[in-house]
Design a protein around this ligand. Structure first.
Ligand code: SF4
Length: 487
């Protein structure tokens, strides 16, 4: 009875927290603030440009990287088109190997399944490796609120956890932090003198985490891929913490999105050729772990109890729309974030979701609702850099345009925006109106230009533009006027 009461209160708090967070989120306000933060822009730009260059160089190692990307995209698309078949095959194979498979319809359902497993097993000490899907449902917060001793073991995620922060990049969660802020945090958290030497900071975290690894009864991972024909889960990482989470504790839970399945183990080689290259410019990550089922007689490590939680949480909404299904090919490499000029200027927190950047601008509105996230599909210059970078060839710009179309069709854009576009269409519909509009625009902008030929401040609604950018003032003579003189 008491447990039920605690659970109900907890569920309410979580729902209130999410509702509050969604209501508060304002992309315009967040992105303008971030665009003014020079320190943030520099930190992000340095890291993502390095990773983006690394990706381009590493892809040159492949004989024909374009063909490999096409193949990877085709494998993912085929699996998505037959997802029911491959999920059934995967579940059968996991169960044959002694594992338990749970299907979670949404985040709340997944949290309930996981908390039930934890409560039933009587465990309290949990080690968790990095997983975007658990960030998506804020699993660690919920476990902490339930009184469990849960620790993120990926160094970046550990820093996010002890700072009560949020990741700002899919692959490198603390891309927005500099070493001084991490040193201050460690000094406060561990009660030690300030020391900003990266090696000492890493050693300090490692010593703390080593003890947690030794004492944990339950490990939690995500999964980069799931292989249907074998029932394997694959994690790739550089620190070895996911491998520790898999091998040391008595119980293992892997929480994975349903779209992560691929048909065969041979398909994995195609995916692994691209994932690390696209993410961090590495040929391979340091650790690639392939696991599944429970520990067999004679095996030295592995869990006695294994649970695979397959979470939907809005994914079937994307799946059932053939126009948008391709979005689920995503292997969360972060290459589109690294290539995106908008992400480079505003960072990940501005997107109000654990999935920032171009892919976040697609899947967040699809999973959380277009009306609440209608600014995100507009957070793009449509330059196509994300499409060029994507290892599974998701046509991100096309989907962004289609989402913008849906915003118009559903009449959910801002009334001022609708008025502006209607006025624009009216003025552009005849040569006479176009001429008049260009003349008025030229006159008014030239009137408010500064001496160096820029317009720095526009009245509403143009003020949104000049908040973070200048506009070159129009030339004294328009192209039409010059053309007429030459004739
Ligand atoms: S959309 Fe493509 S580039 Fe972006 S994270 Fe997903 S797989 Fe990587």
């Amino acid at each position: 009875m008491l447990q039920e009461l605690v659970q109900t209160t907890l569920d309410k708090k979580i729902a209130e927290f999410h509702a509050h967070e969604i209501n508060l989120f304002d992309f315009g306000r967040e992105s303008v603030a971030a665009a003014h933060n020079e320190r943030l822009k520099k930190a992000i730009d340095n890291a993502v440009v390095r990773n983006d260059r690394g990706r381009q160089l590493k892809l040159l190692e492949l004989p024909d990287s374009n063909k490999v990307r096409e193949l990877a995209g085709a494998i993912k698309q085929h699996t998505l088109d037959h997802l029911d078949y491959y999920l059934t095959q995967l579940a059968e194979n996991v169960e044959k190997r002694g594992g338990h498979v749970h299907f979670a319809s949404d985040g709340e359902h997944a949290k309930k399944i996981i908390l039930d497993i934890v409560r039933r097993s009587g465990t309290r000490r949990i080690i968790k490796s990095k997983s975007m899907v658990s960030e998506e449902i804020e699993l660690a917060h919920v476990m902490e609120a339930a009184g469990l001793d849960v620790v993120e073991t990926d160094l970046g995620e550990f820093i996010v956890q002890i700072d009560h922060d949020k990741p700002s990049h899919i692959v490198t969660p603390i891309i927005h932090k500099d070493k001084a802020s991490i040193a201050r945090l460690f000094s406060e958290y561990f009660g030690t003198p300030y020391n900003d030497d990266p090696e000492s900071l890493t050693r300090q975290a490692r010593e703390y985490l080593r003890d947690k690894f030794r004492k944990a009864d339950l490990g939690m991972t995500g999964g980069n891929f799931l292989v249907a024909e074998t029932g394997d889960v694959i994690t790739v990482e550089n620190e070895g913490n996911a491998r520790q989470s898999i091998t040391t504790p008595r119980i293992l839970i892997s929480l994975v999105g349903i779209e992560k399945v691929i048909p065969r183990l041979t398909d994995l080689s195609v995916m692994l050729k691209l994932l690390a290259r696209s993410a961090t410019g590495q040929t391979m990550t340091i650790y690639s772990s392939i696991f599944g089922g429970t520990r067999k007689a004679g095996e030295k490590d592995g869990p006695e109890e294994f649970h695979l939680v397959l979470m939907d949480n809005g994914r079937t909404e994307i799946l059932k729309n053939p126009e948008y299904r391709e979005m689920l090919r995503c292997i969360r490499c972060g290459a589109c974030l690294n290539a995106c000029p908008i992400y480079r200027k505003i960072g990940g927190h501005s997107y109000g979701s654990v999935y920032p950047g171009p892919i976040g601008a697609l899947i967040t509105p699809m999973m959380r609702g277009l009306e609440k996230n209608k600014d995100l599909p507009n957070a793009s210059t449509l330059c196509g850099a994300c499409y060029d970078a994507c290892p599974v060839k998701i046509n991100i710009p096309r989907h962004l345009i289609n989402l913008r179309r849906d915003i118009v069709r559903q009449h959910i854009s801002h009334p001022v925006e609708r008025f502006i576009y209607r006025a624009y269409a009216f003025m552009m519909s005849t040569p006479g109106r176009y001429k008049l509009a260009s003349w008025m625009q030229k006159r008014s902008l030239r009137l408010i230009r500064t001496r160096d030929g820029f317009v720095r401040k526009l009245p509403f609604p143009g003020s949104g533009w000049t908040q973070v950018r200048d506009i070159p003032a129009p030339a004294a003579k328009s192209f039409r006027e010059i053309w007429r003189t030459r004739k």
